[in-house]
Design a protein around this ligand. Structure first.
Ligand code: ADP
Length: 486
Protein backbone atom coordinates (compact mmCIF):
# COMPACT_ATOMS: atom_id res chain seq x y z
CA UNK A 1 0.00 0.00 0.00
CA UNK A 2 2.81 2.37 0.92
CA UNK A 3 4.51 1.53 -2.35
CA UNK A 4 1.33 2.27 -4.30
CA UNK A 5 0.85 5.59 -2.48
CA UNK A 6 4.44 6.49 -3.27
CA UNK A 7 4.00 5.74 -6.98
CA UNK A 8 0.77 7.68 -7.15
CA UNK A 9 2.25 10.69 -5.37
CA UNK A 10 5.13 10.69 -7.81
CA UNK A 11 2.72 10.49 -10.76
CA UNK A 12 0.54 13.32 -9.46
CA UNK A 13 3.49 15.59 -8.66
CA UNK A 14 5.04 15.05 -12.06
CA UNK A 15 1.81 15.54 -13.97
CA UNK A 16 0.77 18.66 -12.08
CA UNK A 17 3.95 20.57 -11.55
CA UNK A 18 6.36 19.47 -14.19
CA UNK A 19 4.22 18.62 -17.19
CA UNK A 20 4.34 22.12 -18.69
CA UNK A 21 8.08 22.46 -18.22
CA UNK A 22 8.69 18.99 -19.47
CA UNK A 23 6.54 19.61 -22.52
CA UNK A 24 8.40 22.83 -23.31
CA UNK A 25 11.83 21.33 -22.99
CA UNK A 26 10.80 18.34 -25.09
CA UNK A 27 9.51 20.65 -27.77
CA UNK A 28 12.70 22.70 -27.67
CA UNK A 29 14.76 19.53 -27.95
CA UNK A 30 12.77 18.45 -31.03
CA UNK A 31 13.23 21.86 -32.61
CA UNK A 32 16.96 21.91 -31.93
CA UNK A 33 17.25 18.50 -33.56
CA UNK A 34 15.20 19.59 -36.58
CA UNK A 35 17.33 22.75 -36.91
CA UNK A 36 20.53 20.77 -36.77
CA UNK A 37 19.26 18.33 -39.37
CA UNK A 38 18.12 21.08 -41.70
CA UNK A 39 21.26 23.18 -41.41
CA UNK A 40 23.33 20.10 -42.15
CA UNK A 41 21.46 19.62 -45.41
CA UNK A 42 21.51 23.32 -46.33
CA UNK A 43 23.65 22.79 -49.40
CA UNK A 44 21.84 19.72 -50.70
CA UNK A 45 19.23 19.68 -53.44
CA UNK A 46 16.41 18.52 -51.26
CA UNK A 47 16.98 21.26 -48.68
CA UNK A 48 13.73 23.02 -49.48
CA UNK A 49 11.66 19.85 -49.59
CA UNK A 50 13.18 18.91 -46.20
CA UNK A 51 12.07 22.30 -44.84
CA UNK A 52 8.56 21.70 -46.14
CA UNK A 53 8.40 18.23 -44.66
CA UNK A 54 9.59 19.42 -41.25
CA UNK A 55 7.12 22.28 -41.21
CA UNK A 56 4.18 20.07 -42.18
CA UNK A 57 4.97 17.17 -39.93
CA UNK A 58 5.45 19.30 -36.82
CA UNK A 59 3.01 22.12 -37.56
CA UNK A 60 5.85 24.65 -37.54
CA UNK A 61 6.75 27.82 -39.30
CA UNK A 62 10.18 27.45 -40.91
CA UNK A 63 11.95 30.43 -42.47
CA UNK A 64 15.20 31.36 -44.09
CA UNK A 65 16.21 34.99 -43.61
CA UNK A 66 19.18 37.14 -44.60
CA UNK A 67 21.35 39.01 -42.15
CA UNK A 68 18.94 41.96 -42.10
CA UNK A 69 16.05 39.72 -41.15
CA UNK A 70 14.46 39.81 -44.59
CA UNK A 71 12.59 36.71 -45.52
CA UNK A 72 14.22 34.61 -48.28
CA UNK A 73 12.05 31.51 -48.00
CA UNK A 74 9.11 30.56 -45.79
CA UNK A 75 6.91 27.54 -45.15
CA UNK A 76 4.28 28.54 -42.64
CA UNK A 77 2.25 25.71 -41.37
CA UNK A 78 0.92 27.62 -38.37
CA UNK A 79 -1.19 30.04 -40.33
CA UNK A 80 -2.31 33.15 -38.53
CA UNK A 81 -1.16 31.76 -35.18
CA UNK A 82 2.40 32.52 -36.16
CA UNK A 83 3.62 35.56 -34.26
CA UNK A 84 6.47 36.04 -36.73
CA UNK A 85 3.95 36.29 -39.59
CA UNK A 86 2.39 39.25 -37.79
CA UNK A 87 5.77 40.94 -37.47
CA UNK A 88 5.49 42.79 -40.75
CA UNK A 89 8.90 44.44 -41.04
CA UNK A 90 10.89 41.51 -39.81
CA UNK A 91 11.94 43.43 -36.68
CA UNK A 92 11.69 40.39 -34.49
CA UNK A 93 13.80 38.36 -36.93
CA UNK A 94 16.48 41.03 -36.96
CA UNK A 95 16.46 41.04 -33.14
CA UNK A 96 16.83 37.26 -33.05
CA UNK A 97 19.84 37.43 -35.40
CA UNK A 98 21.45 39.93 -33.07
CA UNK A 99 20.86 37.69 -30.07
CA UNK A 100 22.26 34.64 -31.85
CA UNK A 101 25.39 36.57 -32.81
CA UNK A 102 25.82 37.65 -29.17
CA UNK A 103 25.91 34.09 -27.92
CA UNK A 104 28.68 31.78 -28.95
CA UNK A 105 26.31 28.86 -29.29
CA UNK A 106 25.03 27.32 -32.52
CA UNK A 107 21.39 28.06 -31.72
CA UNK A 108 19.42 30.61 -29.82
CA UNK A 109 15.84 30.12 -28.67
CA UNK A 110 13.26 32.02 -26.68
CA UNK A 111 9.65 31.88 -25.73
CA UNK A 112 7.40 34.48 -27.31
CA UNK A 113 3.93 35.24 -26.20
CA UNK A 114 1.03 37.33 -27.31
CA UNK A 115 -1.19 38.40 -24.47
CA UNK A 116 -4.16 39.09 -26.74
CA UNK A 117 -4.55 35.55 -27.96
CA UNK A 118 -2.86 33.91 -25.02
CA UNK A 119 -0.59 32.28 -27.54
CA UNK A 120 2.85 31.01 -26.51
CA UNK A 121 5.54 30.01 -28.94
CA UNK A 122 9.11 28.92 -29.08
CA UNK A 123 11.33 30.47 -31.72
CA UNK A 124 14.72 29.01 -32.47
CA UNK A 125 17.35 30.48 -34.74
CA UNK A 126 20.50 28.96 -36.14
CA UNK A 127 23.04 30.00 -38.75
CA UNK A 128 23.14 28.45 -42.24
CA UNK A 129 25.85 28.26 -44.83
CA UNK A 130 26.12 31.28 -47.12
CA UNK A 131 23.62 31.68 -49.96
CA UNK A 132 24.38 31.78 -53.69
CA UNK A 133 25.00 35.52 -53.56
CA UNK A 134 27.47 35.06 -50.73
CA UNK A 135 25.25 36.70 -48.11
CA UNK A 136 24.69 35.28 -44.61
CA UNK A 137 21.58 33.15 -44.08
CA UNK A 138 19.70 32.12 -40.96
CA UNK A 139 17.14 29.41 -40.29
CA UNK A 140 14.30 30.29 -37.94
CA UNK A 141 11.88 27.69 -36.63
CA UNK A 142 8.76 28.71 -34.85
CA UNK A 143 6.36 26.35 -33.08
CA UNK A 144 3.47 27.01 -30.77
CA UNK A 145 3.31 25.66 -27.26
CA UNK A 146 -0.17 24.40 -27.00
CA UNK A 147 -1.99 25.21 -23.78
CA UNK A 148 -2.01 22.04 -21.72
CA UNK A 149 -5.05 22.83 -19.61
CA UNK A 150 -7.34 20.41 -21.41
CA UNK A 151 -4.66 17.76 -21.50
CA UNK A 152 -3.97 18.04 -17.78
CA UNK A 153 -7.67 17.80 -17.12
CA UNK A 154 -7.83 14.52 -19.02
CA UNK A 155 -4.71 13.23 -17.34
CA UNK A 156 -6.09 14.17 -13.94
CA UNK A 157 -9.25 12.22 -14.61
CA UNK A 158 -7.26 9.27 -15.82
CA UNK A 159 -5.01 9.48 -12.80
CA UNK A 160 -8.02 9.42 -10.55
CA UNK A 161 -9.22 6.14 -12.08
CA UNK A 162 -5.69 4.73 -12.14
CA UNK A 163 -5.38 5.57 -8.44
CA UNK A 164 -8.58 3.70 -7.59
CA UNK A 165 -7.58 0.68 -9.69
CA UNK A 166 -4.08 0.65 -8.20
CA UNK A 167 -5.40 0.82 -4.63
CA UNK A 168 -7.78 -2.03 -5.25
CA UNK A 169 -5.09 -4.09 -6.95
CA UNK A 170 -2.64 -3.38 -4.15
CA UNK A 171 -5.23 -4.46 -1.63
CA UNK A 172 -5.98 -7.72 -3.46
CA UNK A 173 -2.30 -8.51 -4.10
CA UNK A 174 -1.46 -7.78 -0.44
CA UNK A 175 -4.14 -10.17 0.72
CA UNK A 176 -3.02 -12.91 -1.69
CA UNK A 177 0.66 -12.53 -0.81
CA UNK A 178 0.07 -12.45 2.91
CA UNK A 179 -2.19 -15.52 2.67
CA UNK A 180 0.36 -17.47 0.60
CA UNK A 181 3.22 -16.36 2.78
CA UNK A 182 1.78 -16.31 6.24
CA UNK A 183 -0.41 -19.41 6.01
CA UNK A 184 2.47 -21.84 5.42
CA UNK A 185 4.55 -20.06 8.05
CA UNK A 186 1.73 -20.40 10.58
CA UNK A 187 1.50 -24.08 9.66
CA UNK A 188 5.24 -24.48 10.10
CA UNK A 189 5.06 -22.78 13.48
CA UNK A 190 2.27 -25.14 14.58
CA UNK A 191 4.26 -28.19 13.43
CA UNK A 192 7.40 -26.85 15.11
CA UNK A 193 5.44 -26.49 18.36
CA UNK A 194 4.35 -30.11 18.19
CA UNK A 195 7.93 -31.08 17.39
CA UNK A 196 9.17 -29.05 20.36
CA UNK A 197 6.73 -30.97 22.55
CA UNK A 198 8.53 -34.18 21.54
CA UNK A 199 6.32 -35.49 18.73
CA UNK A 200 8.75 -36.84 16.14
CA UNK A 201 6.05 -38.29 13.92
CA UNK A 202 5.07 -34.89 12.49
CA UNK A 203 6.46 -33.74 9.17
CA UNK A 204 7.19 -30.26 7.87
CA UNK A 205 5.42 -30.07 4.52
CA UNK A 206 4.67 -26.39 3.97
CA UNK A 207 4.55 -25.25 0.36
CA UNK A 208 4.14 -21.87 -1.30
CA UNK A 209 7.12 -19.67 -1.94
CA UNK A 210 10.49 -21.26 -2.65
CA UNK A 211 11.91 -19.80 0.56
CA UNK A 212 9.12 -21.27 2.65
CA UNK A 213 9.61 -24.64 1.00
CA UNK A 214 13.32 -24.41 1.69
CA UNK A 215 12.70 -23.55 5.33
CA UNK A 216 10.31 -26.47 5.53
CA UNK A 217 12.89 -28.83 4.03
CA UNK A 218 15.60 -27.60 6.39
CA UNK A 219 13.29 -28.12 9.36
CA UNK A 220 12.40 -31.59 8.10
CA UNK A 221 16.10 -32.47 7.81
CA UNK A 222 16.77 -31.06 11.28
CA UNK A 223 13.86 -33.13 12.61
CA UNK A 224 15.26 -36.28 11.00
CA UNK A 225 18.68 -35.59 12.54
CA UNK A 226 17.22 -34.94 15.98
CA UNK A 227 15.05 -38.04 15.68
CA UNK A 228 18.10 -40.06 14.75
CA UNK A 229 20.07 -38.73 17.71
CA UNK A 230 17.14 -39.35 20.01
CA UNK A 231 16.75 -42.92 18.71
CA UNK A 232 20.49 -43.47 19.04
CA UNK A 233 20.40 -42.15 22.58
CA UNK A 234 17.61 -44.54 23.49
CA UNK A 235 19.52 -47.33 21.83
CA UNK A 236 22.69 -46.35 23.66
CA UNK A 237 20.97 -46.31 27.02
CA UNK A 238 19.55 -49.74 26.24
CA UNK A 239 22.94 -51.00 25.02
CA UNK A 240 24.94 -49.44 27.81
CA UNK A 241 22.60 -50.60 30.53
CA UNK A 242 22.67 -54.07 29.02
CA UNK A 243 26.44 -53.96 28.70
CA UNK A 244 26.79 -52.67 32.26
CA UNK A 245 24.34 -55.08 33.78
CA UNK A 246 25.79 -58.24 32.27
CA UNK A 247 29.36 -57.82 33.60
CA UNK A 248 28.05 -56.54 36.92
CA UNK A 249 25.88 -59.62 37.30
CA UNK A 250 28.85 -61.80 36.40
CA UNK A 251 31.15 -60.00 38.85
CA UNK A 252 28.58 -60.40 41.62
CA UNK A 253 27.86 -64.04 40.80
CA UNK A 254 31.52 -65.02 40.65
CA UNK A 255 32.40 -63.07 43.79
CA UNK A 256 29.62 -64.92 45.59
CA UNK A 257 30.87 -68.17 44.18
CA UNK A 258 34.36 -67.51 45.55
CA UNK A 259 32.87 -66.61 48.92
CA UNK A 260 30.61 -69.63 49.14
CA UNK A 261 32.31 -72.34 47.13
CA UNK A 262 35.70 -71.85 45.64
CA UNK A 263 37.34 -69.75 48.34
CA UNK A 264 39.40 -72.71 49.49
CA UNK A 265 40.01 -74.23 46.09
CA UNK A 266 42.92 -72.28 44.61
CA UNK A 267 42.40 -73.58 41.08
CA UNK A 268 38.69 -72.77 40.91
CA UNK A 269 39.27 -69.52 42.75
CA UNK A 270 41.81 -68.42 40.14
CA UNK A 271 39.39 -69.27 37.36
CA UNK A 272 36.58 -67.31 38.97
CA UNK A 273 38.84 -64.38 39.76
CA UNK A 274 39.88 -64.27 36.09
CA UNK A 275 36.24 -63.93 35.08
CA UNK A 276 35.81 -61.10 37.58
CA UNK A 277 38.92 -59.35 36.23
CA UNK A 278 37.81 -59.80 32.60
CA UNK A 279 34.38 -58.45 33.31
CA UNK A 280 35.84 -55.49 35.20
CA UNK A 281 38.02 -54.78 32.15
CA UNK A 282 34.94 -54.87 30.00
CA UNK A 283 33.27 -52.37 32.31
CA UNK A 284 36.23 -50.05 32.39
CA UNK A 285 36.54 -50.20 28.58
CA UNK A 286 32.93 -49.20 28.24
CA UNK A 287 33.26 -46.33 30.68
CA UNK A 288 36.48 -45.14 29.02
CA UNK A 289 34.85 -45.18 25.60
CA UNK A 290 31.87 -43.25 26.86
CA UNK A 291 34.14 -40.69 28.47
CA UNK A 292 36.26 -40.35 25.33
CA UNK A 293 33.32 -39.86 23.02
CA UNK A 294 31.63 -37.35 25.29
CA UNK A 295 34.86 -35.40 25.61
CA UNK A 296 35.36 -35.38 21.85
CA UNK A 297 31.82 -34.42 21.09
CA UNK A 298 31.99 -31.46 23.41
CA UNK A 299 35.04 -30.39 21.41
CA UNK A 300 37.36 -30.86 24.35
CA UNK A 301 40.18 -32.66 22.63
CA UNK A 302 43.50 -31.05 22.12
CA UNK A 303 45.83 -32.63 19.59
CA UNK A 304 49.33 -33.11 20.86
CA UNK A 305 50.99 -33.28 17.44
CA UNK A 306 54.52 -34.46 16.81
CA UNK A 307 56.45 -35.84 13.88
CA UNK A 308 57.15 -39.56 13.80
CA UNK A 309 58.22 -42.35 11.50
CA UNK A 310 55.34 -44.39 10.13
CA UNK A 311 57.26 -47.65 9.90
CA UNK A 312 58.44 -47.41 13.49
CA UNK A 313 55.00 -46.52 14.75
CA UNK A 314 53.29 -49.42 12.98
CA UNK A 315 56.01 -51.84 14.02
CA UNK A 316 55.50 -50.70 17.64
CA UNK A 317 51.78 -51.25 17.33
CA UNK A 318 52.38 -54.78 16.11
CA UNK A 319 54.25 -55.73 19.30
CA UNK A 320 50.97 -55.52 21.17
CA UNK A 321 49.66 -58.45 19.20
CA UNK A 322 52.58 -60.85 19.67
CA UNK A 323 50.74 -62.75 22.37
CA UNK A 324 47.60 -63.09 20.28
CA UNK A 325 49.64 -64.31 17.37
CA UNK A 326 51.48 -66.84 19.50
CA UNK A 327 48.64 -68.08 21.63
CA UNK A 328 45.48 -67.72 19.58
CA UNK A 329 46.88 -68.49 16.16
CA UNK A 330 46.06 -65.14 14.57
CA UNK A 331 47.91 -64.35 11.37
CA UNK A 332 48.50 -60.61 11.83
CA UNK A 333 51.07 -59.11 9.50
CA UNK A 334 52.40 -55.65 8.90
CA UNK A 335 53.29 -55.01 5.26
CA UNK A 336 55.42 -51.87 5.23
CA UNK A 337 56.38 -49.51 2.48
CA UNK A 338 59.35 -47.13 2.40
CA UNK A 339 59.49 -45.08 5.59
CA UNK A 340 57.78 -41.69 5.74
CA UNK A 341 57.55 -38.98 8.35
CA UNK A 342 54.09 -37.76 9.34
CA UNK A 343 52.84 -35.22 11.83
CA UNK A 344 49.97 -36.25 14.10
CA UNK A 345 48.96 -36.93 17.68
CA UNK A 346 50.78 -40.23 18.19
CA UNK A 347 48.64 -41.54 21.02
CA UNK A 348 45.41 -40.83 19.20
CA UNK A 349 46.66 -42.39 15.98
CA UNK A 350 47.66 -45.44 18.08
CA UNK A 351 44.10 -45.53 19.32
CA UNK A 352 42.77 -45.53 15.74
CA UNK A 353 45.14 -48.27 14.60
CA UNK A 354 44.36 -50.42 17.67
CA UNK A 355 40.66 -49.88 17.14
CA UNK A 356 40.86 -50.96 13.50
CA UNK A 357 43.02 -53.99 14.35
CA UNK A 358 40.87 -54.97 17.36
CA UNK A 359 37.74 -54.78 15.22
CA UNK A 360 39.45 -56.85 12.56
CA UNK A 361 40.37 -59.41 15.22
CA UNK A 362 36.82 -59.40 16.57
CA UNK A 363 35.14 -59.73 13.20
CA UNK A 364 37.66 -61.69 11.17
CA UNK A 365 36.88 -65.12 9.77
CA UNK A 366 38.09 -68.53 10.89
CA UNK A 367 41.37 -68.16 9.04
CA UNK A 368 42.14 -65.29 11.40
CA UNK A 369 44.03 -63.36 8.73
CA UNK A 370 44.59 -59.66 9.37
CA UNK A 371 46.81 -57.35 7.36
CA UNK A 372 48.11 -53.95 8.43
CA UNK A 373 49.30 -52.38 5.18
CA UNK A 374 51.24 -49.19 4.62
CA UNK A 375 50.92 -47.72 1.13
CA UNK A 376 52.87 -44.62 0.25
CA UNK A 377 51.02 -42.32 -2.09
CA UNK A 378 51.86 -38.94 -3.51
CA UNK A 379 52.02 -36.62 -0.52
CA UNK A 380 50.49 -39.04 1.96
CA UNK A 381 50.70 -42.44 3.59
CA UNK A 382 47.71 -44.72 3.51
CA UNK A 383 47.25 -47.19 6.35
CA UNK A 384 44.90 -50.11 5.73
CA UNK A 385 43.64 -52.77 8.09
CA UNK A 386 42.13 -55.68 6.22
CA UNK A 387 40.41 -58.78 7.60
CA UNK A 388 38.88 -61.83 6.01
CA UNK A 389 35.67 -61.77 8.04
CA UNK A 390 32.01 -61.67 7.12
CA UNK A 391 32.28 -58.16 5.78
CA UNK A 392 29.66 -55.48 6.15
CA UNK A 393 26.57 -55.20 4.00
CA UNK A 394 26.17 -52.22 1.66
CA UNK A 395 23.28 -50.82 3.69
CA UNK A 396 25.18 -50.94 6.96
CA UNK A 397 28.48 -49.69 5.57
CA UNK A 398 27.65 -45.98 5.85
CA UNK A 399 26.56 -46.51 9.46
CA UNK A 400 29.62 -48.20 10.94
CA UNK A 401 31.28 -44.90 11.87
CA UNK A 402 28.08 -43.66 13.54
CA UNK A 403 27.91 -43.29 17.27
CA UNK A 404 26.54 -46.27 19.19
CA UNK A 405 26.14 -48.34 16.05
CA UNK A 406 26.78 -52.03 16.57
CA UNK A 407 26.27 -54.81 14.11
CA UNK A 408 23.24 -56.82 15.15
CA UNK A 409 24.85 -60.18 15.29
CA UNK A 410 27.80 -59.39 17.49
CA UNK A 411 29.17 -62.04 19.75
CA UNK A 412 28.90 -61.60 23.48
CA UNK A 413 32.61 -62.23 23.90
CA UNK A 414 33.38 -59.33 21.59
CA UNK A 415 34.15 -56.48 23.93
CA UNK A 416 32.47 -53.59 22.20
CA UNK A 417 30.35 -50.57 22.86
CA UNK A 418 29.61 -49.44 19.33
CA UNK A 419 31.70 -46.37 20.09
CA UNK A 420 35.14 -47.49 18.87
CA UNK A 421 34.77 -46.42 15.26
CA UNK A 422 33.01 -43.17 16.10
CA UNK A 423 35.96 -42.30 18.37
CA UNK A 424 38.27 -43.06 15.41
CA UNK A 425 36.12 -40.86 13.21
CA UNK A 426 36.33 -37.93 15.66
CA UNK A 427 40.11 -38.32 15.96
CA UNK A 428 40.65 -38.49 12.19
CA UNK A 429 38.26 -35.64 11.56
CA UNK A 430 40.06 -33.49 14.11
CA UNK A 431 43.32 -34.26 12.26
CA UNK A 432 41.65 -33.54 8.91
CA UNK A 433 42.77 -36.95 7.63
CA UNK A 434 40.82 -38.81 4.96
CA UNK A 435 39.39 -42.12 6.14
CA UNK A 436 36.88 -44.76 5.18
CA UNK A 437 35.96 -48.38 4.79
CA UNK A 438 35.44 -50.77 1.91
CA UNK A 439 33.88 -54.14 2.42
CA UNK A 440 32.64 -57.11 0.45
CA UNK A 441 30.23 -59.46 2.17
CA UNK A 442 31.76 -62.85 2.74
CA UNK A 443 35.24 -61.64 1.75
CA UNK A 444 36.23 -59.12 4.37
CA UNK A 445 36.59 -55.45 5.17
CA UNK A 446 39.30 -52.84 4.84
CA UNK A 447 39.38 -49.83 7.13
CA UNK A 448 41.78 -47.12 6.03
CA UNK A 449 43.01 -43.60 6.71
CA UNK A 450 45.58 -41.32 5.08
CA UNK A 451 48.15 -39.11 6.79
CA UNK A 452 49.87 -36.36 4.79
CA UNK A 453 53.63 -36.73 4.80
CA UNK A 454 55.87 -34.02 6.16
CA UNK A 455 58.33 -32.43 3.72
CA UNK A 456 61.00 -35.10 3.55
CA UNK A 457 64.03 -33.00 2.65
CA UNK A 458 63.52 -30.92 5.76
CA UNK A 459 63.50 -34.02 7.90
CA UNK A 460 65.98 -36.22 6.17
CA UNK A 461 68.49 -35.65 8.97
CA UNK A 462 66.07 -36.89 11.55
CA UNK A 463 65.30 -40.18 9.88
CA UNK A 464 66.73 -43.11 11.81
CA UNK A 465 69.99 -44.35 10.33
CA UNK A 466 69.10 -47.98 10.70
CA UNK A 467 66.61 -48.99 8.05
CA UNK A 468 63.51 -49.94 10.01
CA UNK A 469 61.98 -51.86 7.11
CA UNK A 470 64.39 -54.69 7.55
CA UNK A 471 63.55 -55.02 11.22
CA UNK A 472 59.88 -55.18 10.47
CA UNK A 473 60.42 -57.54 7.62
CA UNK A 474 62.13 -59.92 9.99
CA UNK A 475 59.32 -59.59 12.43
CA UNK A 476 56.87 -60.17 9.63
CA UNK A 477 58.56 -63.35 8.66
CA UNK A 478 58.51 -64.53 12.24
CA UNK A 479 54.84 -63.71 12.48
CA UNK A 480 53.95 -65.66 9.40
CA UNK A 481 55.73 -68.61 10.75
CA UNK A 482 54.19 -68.59 14.15
CA UNK A 483 50.71 -69.90 13.43
CA UNK A 484 52.17 -72.65 11.30
CA UNK A 485 54.43 -73.71 14.11
CA UNK A 486 51.48 -73.81 16.43
P1 ADP B 1 32.14 -52.18 18.45
O1 ADP B 1 32.52 -51.80 19.80
O2 ADP B 1 30.81 -52.80 18.34
O3 ADP B 1 33.19 -52.91 17.70
P2 ADP B 1 32.74 -50.13 16.61
O4 ADP B 1 32.33 -48.71 16.54
O5 ADP B 1 34.20 -50.39 16.71
O6 ADP B 1 31.97 -50.76 17.80
O7 ADP B 1 32.16 -50.87 15.38
C1 ADP B 1 30.81 -50.68 15.03
C2 ADP B 1 30.28 -51.84 14.27
O8 ADP B 1 30.87 -51.90 12.98
C3 ADP B 1 30.55 -53.17 14.90
O9 ADP B 1 29.58 -53.50 15.86
C4 ADP B 1 30.51 -54.11 13.72
O10 ADP B 1 29.20 -54.49 13.42
C5 ADP B 1 31.00 -53.26 12.57
N1 ADP B 1 32.41 -53.52 12.28
C6 ADP B 1 33.48 -52.84 12.70
N2 ADP B 1 34.63 -53.33 12.20
C7 ADP B 1 34.28 -54.40 11.45
C8 ADP B 1 35.01 -55.36 10.67
N3 ADP B 1 36.35 -55.33 10.58
N4 ADP B 1 34.31 -56.33 10.03
C9 ADP B 1 32.98 -56.36 10.10
N5 ADP B 1 32.22 -55.48 10.82
C10 ADP B 1 32.86 -54.53 11.49
Amino acid sequence: MIFTILILTLLWVFQYFFLQNYYQSAKKRDMTLAAARLSASADSDDFYSAIKETAFKNAMNVKIVDEMGNELYNVNNMGSFSLLAQDKFGMKQFELIGKLEETDKATYSEIMSNSDFKVKEIVLITGLSEGDDGGKRYLIIEASIEPLDSTTKIIREQLFYISIILFELAFIVTIIISRRLSKPITELTETAKQFGAGDYEISFTASGYAEVEELSNVLEDAKDEIKKVSDLRKELIANVSHDLRTPLTMVKAYAEMIRDLSGDNPEKREEHLKVIIDESDRLSNLVNDLLAISRMESGNIELNKSEFSVVQKLADCMTRYTLLIEQEGYDIQYIPDEDRIVCADMEKIDQVIYNFINNAINYTGDEKVIRLVQKNKHGCVRIEVTDNGQGISKELLPKVFDRYYRGEKYKRDVVGTGLGLSICKEILKKHDFAFGVTSTEGVGSTFWFEMPTVNEKKHSKRLPKEKPERKVQEQKEQNTDQPKEK
